[in-house]
Design a protein around this ligand. Structure first.
Ligand SMILES: [Ca+2]
Ligand SMILES: [Ca+2]
Length: 186
């Protein structure tokens, strides 16, 4: 009787042990699945810069609205420069890519800046007037609607000076993943 009880206790023990093992295995599978989801969300390839956030350079040229969409799909935003310090960071990122194949204009890159109707006033993608954005350094003679062509989208040159440019041009660009508003750097 005692031996039987002991065997039954032992079997129950083995059973609990197996159940725990299955639960542990399930937990591992679930955690792995979650990690895979994060990795496949599109937000990969972003580099973290302390004090600023996550940035990714896209070297495949796109139109301005395509670039906006690409950044949105990453859960981010087409780059908006908000300070001289951030402009310096942009300059560092641009310097890593010396030639962009297939771009409409070599030396220009889209930023999250667009003309408000036909006012010649430019707003950032946050809806902030450029003059209040913290960084509004136009290149010499810009914005100029060059050659009489409407240039309603914002770009920057390699010196991170701003230039209005046709929105249909296909240019490389930088996306940013935004900080939560509480920690946003301006
Ligand atoms: Ca920014
Ligand atoms: Ca221009």
């Amino acid at each position: 009787m005692a031996a039987e009880l002991s065997r039954s206790n032992h079997q129950a023990g083995v059973c609990v042990y197996l159940q725990m093992k299955v639960l542990l295995l399930l937990a591992v599978v679930l955690v792995s699945a979650q990690a895979a989801t994060v990795l496949s969300s599109g937000s990969t390839g972003y580099e973290y810069f302390p004090g600023f956030g996550f940035y990714k350079f896209y070297s495949q040229p796109q139109t301005w609205s395509e670039a906006v969409q690409t950044c949105l799909e990453d859960g981010g935003q087409l780059g908006v420069i908000s300070s001289d310090e951030e402009a310096q960071l942009y300059s560092t990122l641009l310097a890593r890519h010396t030639r962009i194949s297939g771009a409409s204009s070599q030396g220009y890159f889209y930023v999250g800046l667009t003309e408000f109707h036909d006012s010649r006033d430019f707003l950032t993608l946050d809806g902030v007037p450029l003059a209040e954005s913290g960084y509004s350094k136009w290149a010499a003679g810009e914005p100029n609607n060059a050659n009489g062509v409407a240039e309603k989208c914002g770009s920057m040159n390699r010196k991170v000076e701003l230039n209005d440019i046709p929105c249909s041009d296909e240019l490389a660009f930088i996306c940013e993943l935004k900080y939560p508003s509480t920690t946003r750097i301006h």
